[in-house]
Design a protein around this ligand. Structure first.
Ligand code: SIN
Ligand code: CO
Length: 397
C-alpha cells in the first residue's frame, strides 16, 4: 500500500458530479503530505535506459531575446553527459509511463480509485527547470497534473478540437493563440484536473517534477477499425453476396439495382448491432499493455495445482505493465475477463474471481484460489502466471 494518500478533503462525489469530463479543477493538496516517489536523478537515470521512452525539450536564446528563441527536441536514451551539458534553465525532460518501471510511482494511482482503473493510461513524469515546459497545447484525453517538488505555473485556456489551429514546435502541436482563462501556481501535492480538449500551458517557476496521470480514451476511428477486425476474423467465408429473388433479367446490364444491396445492408446492420463485439473489442482495447515486452513468460509454465501450493508461501502480484478488466454478461451467464489485450470467457460462477483479479491490489486472491472450481478458470490462472501478467512475489521484487 502506498504512503501517498489522497486528502480526505477531496470530495469524490462533488468532483464526479460537477467536474469530471466537464470542467477543469485545481485540487489544492490532492495528496496530503506529498513526497516524491522518484527523484530527479532517478528520472534522469530512467531516461538513460534503452527501453524507456523519454524526450528532452530545450529552448535556446530566450534570455537574450524572446523573439529569437529556438526550440529543440531530442529523444532518449540519454547519457549522463547529456544531462551534465544542460543549462540552468529553459528545458524539460519528459519520461513516459514511469508507473510501469517504478512501483512507488505505480502506487500513486491508488489515490485515483474514484475512476475505473482501466481508464488510466500511465503516469508521465516531467522534470523542468525555470522557464521549461512543452508550451501551450491541448490533449485528446483527460489528465491530472500532480505537482511534485518545486513549483509550476499552469495556465488554462480555451476548449480546442481537431479544427483548432496549431503549429509544430519541438514535436508538440503548439497553440499560437492561447486565451488564458485561469492562472495557477501549483505546489507539491496539488493537482490540476484538465478535461480532454482544454488548452493548458505549464511553465516551471522553480525546478521540479510534475506527474501527468493520463487517461485512456480510444478514438472513434479505433473503435470502428477494432470492431471491424473482430467481425472480419469471425466471418464465415461461405456467407457471400446473394442475388435477390427475381424472375426478370436486368433491364440495363450495368445497373446495380437498389434491391441488390438492400439485403447486404440488413446483413451488415445485424452483424454490427450485436453488442457483444463492441464489448469484446472495448475490453481488449483498454487492457492493451503499453509495453507488452515487459511481461516476461516463465521458462517453465506453471500448472494450477502447483500454483495453489505456491500462493501459500508467496503473494500473487500483478505485473505493473499488465492491465486487466472484466465485463459481466448475465444473459449469457458469463464473465469476460480481459487481460493484456486478450479476452477470456469464464462461467458466471467465477465473477468474484474476475473482480479480485482486477482489483488494484490482489491481497484477497490467495484465499479465493482454492474455491476456483471451473477447469477453464484454473487453466487461465496458471496461464496468467506462466505468461508473466501475474507473478509470485511481492511488489518490490
Ligand atoms: C508537462 O508535464 O510538462 C506536460 C504535461 C501535459 O501537458 O500534459
Ligand atoms: Co498536456
Amino acid at each position: 500500500m502506498s504512503d501517498l494518500q489522497r486528502s480526505s478533503e477531496f470530495d469524490v462525489q462533488e468532483f464526479l458530479t460537477n467536474y469530471w469530463q466537464q470542467k477543469p479543477l485545481l485540487i489544492k493538496q490532492f495528496y496530503s503530505h506529498f513526497h516524491d516517489p522518484v527523484s530527479a536523478e532517478e528520472l534522469a537515470g530512467l531516461a538513460c535506459e534503452e527501453a524507456v521512452e523519454s524526450r528532452l525539450i530545450s529552448c535556446y536564446g530566450r534570455s537574450t531575446s524572446g523573439a529569437t528563441a529556438a526550440w529543440q527536441l531530442r529523444h532518449g536514451p540519454f547519457s549522463e553527459a547529456d544531462f551534465l551539458a544542460t543549462p540552468e534553465a529553459d528545458w524539460t525532460l519528459l519520461v513516459q509511463a514511469v508507473d510501469q518501471w517504478q512501483e512507488a510511482v505505480h502506487q500513486m494511482l491508488e489515490a485515483f480509485d474514484f475512476l475505473p482503473r482501466w481508464r488510466i493510461d500511465d503516469i508521465m513524469i516531467s522534470y523542468a527547470t525555470p522557464g521549461g515546459g512543452v508550451g501551450p497545447h491541448f490533449d485528446y484525453y483527460d489528465v491530472f497534473l500532480v505537482q511534485g517538488a518545486g513549483r509550476r505555473r499552469w495556465r488554462l485556456g480555451q476548449r480546442c478540437d481537431a479544427q483548432t489551429a496549431t503549429v509544430e514546435r519541438a514535436g508538440q502541436a503548439i497553440l499560437p493563440d492561447f486565451e488564458v482563462t485561469a492562472d495557477y501556481e501549483l505546489e507539491p501535492g496539488d493537482a490540476l484536473y484538465v478535461p480532454a480538449g482544454v488548452a493548458h500551458w505549464g511553465e516551471c517557476t522553480t525546478s521540479g517534477l510534475c506527474y501527468s496521470v493520463g487517461l485512456r480514451a480510444p478514438s472513434e476511428a479505433e473503435m470502428i477499425a477494432g470492431v471491424s477486425d473482430l467481425l472480419v476474423d469471425s466471418s464465415d467465408p461461405a456467407r457471400r453476396y446473394q442475388d435477390p429473388a427475381t424472375s426478370q433479367p436486368p433491364a440495363h446490364s450495368g445497373e446495380i439495382m437498389a434491391s441488390a444491396t438492400d439485403g447486404l445492408q440488413q446483413t451488415l446492420s445485424e452483424r454490427l448491432s450485436d453488442p457483444l463485439w463492441l464489448k469484446q473489442w472495448f475490453g481488449m482495447a483498454v487492457t492493451q499493455p503499453r509495453y507488452p515486452e515487459l511481461l516476461e513468460p516463465l521458462e517453465q509454465p506453471v500448472e494450477f495445482p502447483a500454483l495453489l501450493a505456491l500462493v501459500k508461501e508467496q503473494p500473487l502480484t500483478r505485473h505493473p505493465a499488465s492491465r486487466m478488466a472484466f465485463t459481466y454478461l448475465p444473459a449469457a451467464d458469463q464473465v469476460l475477463l480481459f487481460v493484456d489485450g486478450e479476452c477470456f470467457a469464464l462461467p458466471a460462477a467465477e465473477l468474484q474471481l474476475a473482480r479480485e483479479l482486477c482489483q488494484p491490489s490482489l491481497g484477497n486472491l490467495a484465499d479465493l484460489l482454492p474455491q476456483v472450481k471451473s477447469p477453464g478458470a484454473q487453466q487461465l490462472l496458471a496461464h496468467l502466471v506462466s505468461s508473466g501478467s501475474l507473478y509470485l512475489g511481492d511488489e518490490e521484487r
